[in-house]
Design a protein. Structure first.
Length: 256
């Protein structure tokens, strides 16, 4: 009985969900060569297996994402994904099954990420499983697990939740923002185990000044918006008060 149920669960339901457009994807593209090398080459996104909408020249991640949310043919889950992400073979089936499993545990699930942060009191834990710029990152918590932040390289929002991305945040902090908004509205956000590869060209050290300035601008908006929830953690920042993002950016690059 267990084997039959497992076979049905992992194979038949997965096929049904794909036919019913369980997932659709949206990506902001600034470099067509990077997009072609990674995201466009992902097996599950070839041959129009899932809807993938590509936007260029956007002023924020929200601009593209929120347009897709309004489409009448939008799928049950809308996935925001960076151009430099590669989804390995069978990733879609693993992600779909992971969402279904998470929904059994979290009845008000509205945001699903692949890497994020969980804060319990003074303790902060990473959650997820991803190859990031050639380095394997594995969080300590068993998956799926509830989080207060997700990394923006890939996350999905349940379309009927009514959640949107905030255009004032540009291209930073919008993952954590949508998670906090979901929680404020009685929903849940989790990280699931669906390994993928993130090939960002952003250096871990010596981030360019122009990028730091962009992060600081978004960070200032984020800090003002969520100051009542501090302290907060994202995959990149620990924020206890307004101004922490700017301070950390200045400390990161001595030329700044």
């Amino acid at each position: 009985m267990v084997c039959i149920k497992g076979w049905f669960y992992y194979h038949i339901i997965g096929k049904i969900l794909k036919k019913n457009n369980f997932l659709s994807f949206v990506s902001c593209v600034s470099d067509k060569a990077v997009f072609a090398r990674y995201l466009k080459s992902s097996p599950c996104l070839m041959n129009n297996q899932y809807p993938l909408k590509v936007y260029e020249g956007m002023t924020s991640a929200a601009q593209a994402f929120n347009i897709e949310l309004k489409r009448s043919d939008c799928s049950e889950w809308l996935v925001s994904v960076h151009q430099d992400v590669f989804l390995p073979p069978d990733w879609d089936g693993k992600f779909i099954r992971a969402i279904i499993e998470a929904q059994e545990k979290f009845s008000k699930l509205a945001v699903v990420g692949l890497y994020g942060v969980l804060r319990e009191g003074e303790n902060v834990y990473d959650a997820g499983h991803v190859l990031d710029r050639g380095e394997l990152l594995e969080g300590s918590d068993a998956l799926p697990c509830a989080v207060q932040s997700v990394d923006e390289f890939l996350f999905a929002v349940r379309v009927d939740s009514g959640l949107k991305l905030d255009p004032e945040l540009g291209f930073d902090f919008y993952g954590t923002d949508v998670v906090l908004t979901a929680i404020d509205n009685g929903f849940e956000a989790v990280v699931v185990d669906a390994y993928c590869e993130h090939w960002s060209r952003m250096p871990r050290l010596k981030i360019p000044v122009a990028v730091l300035e962009r992060i600081m601008a978004s960070g200032a908006v984020f800090e003002r918006k969520w100051r009542h929830k501090m302290p907060l953690n994202t995959p990149c920042f620990s924020i206890s008060q307004v101004g922490d993002v700017a301070s950390l950016c200045h400390a990161h690059n001595s030329d700044f």
